[in-house]
Ligand binder design. Structure first.
Ligand SMILES: Nc1ncnc2c1ncn2[C@@H]1O[C@H](COP(=O)(O)OP(=O)(O)O)[C@@H](O)[C@H]1O
Ligand SMILES: [Mg+2]
Length: 534
């Protein structure tokens, strides 16, 4: 029997309060008003000192709360800007090691998805290996053979996992809202937004058809990069709960010895993975956000094959421009520009003391850049920068957190392959090229055109506003007066629209001179006419 959801939620909240209280975090539960009388008594009895091994206690608490909370802890573990380092290190130990789902459940999920038997004469597969290759908290993977002999990997979602995760997410969102309300001093951490982002990412992992769509988008984007591919998706064997892809025979990227024994050059592979990553970040603005070694293979032809597209990161043009500008300024050791980039992007308040901000950036960057090449870490730079920017009231940028987290992983992979390799140096030409293309004169014109377009869209709405004004005029003034005002207003608006459109167009083309002058004059006359008619 299933209990009503509000009842279940309250039970769950009680359990969370209890777990927090018994892991030395009664004070936190008290402030969040969770199951108040109980946690208050625990706090009275035990005092509100945080435990000495806070990290371990948080980890144990999250483990007790199950897969969604474990994933949340894994995400938190990358926030070294917020958490004390020993807590972050402890959270890194969180693993979603779970026993595999019984085969009968796997079979049920597949058969009910496709309304066909798993195997047999008119079955989906000629053979299906009952032992999973891998089992994680959301899904597990089995190898199988199609009726036509093709070898495939079938990722199958756990039975009922969606329901469990959805109700956990509802609780986590509630906790984030409580945190936001009762810890006003941490308002800028945007706990509700970060939780929203987390929900979206975990939901993305639940929908295997969405994962298939990500795979096909990568396949398309990768056509322009040499030596990189993704497995083909078999759409006829794919569903929300089942993803079937071509089986990859390859060596995981962290098996350096096996790779070298197979005749592959580690340094080349390292360069390829790095440039692939930066390409997806800057050129596509669409990157694989789970690039750990278990998801990167090298196939027999030496091509890099990425799998597992549950989590992707998206970066809009503005964020990419900010990122490129900031990284290049750091690279030139131009801390003034680096500080200014934040300001221009609107990430720190306009009244920020630029000089103090510049010094703070210098303070974190100089020690990092003074190290031997192999030890310079962009991920670490970004992270320390988040800590500094937070001091200068920069609001959390969730899309950058995902990028930073992925960068830690990529740097690890690169370092594992070639200890002298520095992804910073490898990335530089790529970023510079991108900057020339998107932030040079052509890029600036692109930005202007983009802004002009937005402005135009807003002006397009002007006629509706005129209609309203006219209706008012007609109601207030006599019909004749209204008629002449109407004419004047319409002329004014035509001039404004024409003038502004030409101005915007000329600006986008980076042009000046007589055209600009005429456009400005018509804009001015139009404005005068409209104002005087209203
Ligand atoms: N197309 C494939 N070819 C070969 N092995 C695969 C394939 N897809 C998945 N696997 C194996 O299954 C493991 C888990 O799959 P993955 O998609 O990464 O799931 P998860 O999201 O649980 O990490 C991979 O690390 C890999 O060993
Ligand atoms: Mg994986």
């Amino acid at each position: 029997m299933r209990l009503p959801s509000s009842f279940r939620r309250n039970l769950r909240l009680m359990r969370i309060a209890h777990i927090l209280a018994t892991h030395g975090m009664a004070a936190l539960a008290v402030r969040l008003r969770l199951f108040y009388p109980y946690v208050w008594v625990v706090q009275l009895l035990r005092g509100d000192e945080l435990p000495k091994d806070l990290g371990t206690q948080i980890r144990l608490a999250l483990e007790k709360l199950g897969p969604t909370f474990i994933k949340f802890g894994q995400m938190l573990s990358t926030r070294v800007d917020l958490l004390p380092i020993e807590v972050a290190l402890e959270l890194k130990k969180l693993q979603d090691d779970v026993p595999p789902e019984p085969f009968a459940h796997v079979q049920r999920v597949i058969e009910s998805s496709f309304k066909r038997p798993l195997s047999g004469v008119d079955g989906l597969f000629a053979s299906f290996d009952e032992h999973p290759v891998a089992a994680a908290s959301i899904a597990q993977v089995h190898f199988a053979e199609l009726q036509d002999g093709r070898q495939v990997a079938v990722k199958v979602r756990r039975d009922h996992i969606s329901r469990t995760i959805e109700s956990d997410l509802a609780i986590l969102r509630l906790l984030a809202a409580l945190f936001d309300r009762y810890f006003p001093e941490y308002h800028r951490l945007k706990a509700p937004e970060v939780m929203q982002e987390f929900s979206t990412s975990i939901r993305g992992e639940l929908n295997l058809r969405a994962e298939a769509a990500h795979a096909s988008r990568f396949a398309e984007n990768f056509t322009s990069i040499e030596g990189v591919r993704v497995p083909d998706v078999l759409w006829d064997y794919t569903h929300t709960e089942v993803l079937t892809t071509e089986r990859i025979i390859g060596i995981p990227i962290d098996e350096k010895e096996a790779l070298e024994a197979a005749g592959f050059d580690s340094l080349k592979l390292c360069e390829r993975v790095t440039s692939l990553f930066f390409h997806t970040v800057f050129v596509d603005g669409y990157f694989h956000a789970d690039m750990h070694p278990g998801n990167i293979f090298v196939d027999q032809q030496g091509e890099i094959v990425l799998i597992d597209f549950g989590i992707v990161g998206r970066l809009d043009m503005k964020t990419r421009r900010y990122l490129a500008g900031m990284l290049l300024a750091f690279l030139k050791e131009d801390y003034r520009s680096s500080a200014k980039v934040h300001l221009d992007a609107g990430f720190v308040p306009a009244d920020t003391d630029l000089s103090a901000f510049e010094d703070a950036l210098r303070e974190i960057a100089v020690p990092i850049f003074n190290r031997p090449l192999g030890d310079i870490s962009i991920a670490e730079l970004l992270l320390s920068m988040f800590a500094v920017t937070e001091r200068f009231k920069m609001e959390t940028q969730p899309q950058l957190l995902l990028l930073q987290k992925t960068m830690v992983v990529i740097e690890g992979v690169a370092r594992e392959l070639a200890d002298q390799a520095n992804i910073w140096i490898l990335a530089k030409p790529l970023i510079s090229q991108w900057v020339v293309r998107h932030m040079g004169p052509a890029g600036k014109a692109e930005v202007l055109a983009e802004e002009a377009h937005l402005q135009l869209v807003s002006w397009m709405k002007f006629p509706q506003r005129i209609e309203r004004t006219l209706a008012r005029l007609e109601a207030e003034g006599g019909p004749l007066e209204a008629e002449s005002s109407r004419l004047q207003l319409v002329c004014g608006v035509v001039l404004i629209t024409g003038g502004s459109a030409s101005l915007a167009w000329l600006a986008a083309q980076n042009m000046t001179g007589i055209g600009m002058l005429m456009a400005t004059v018509s804009l001015g006359v139009g404005l005068l006419l409209s104002i005087s008619s209203a």
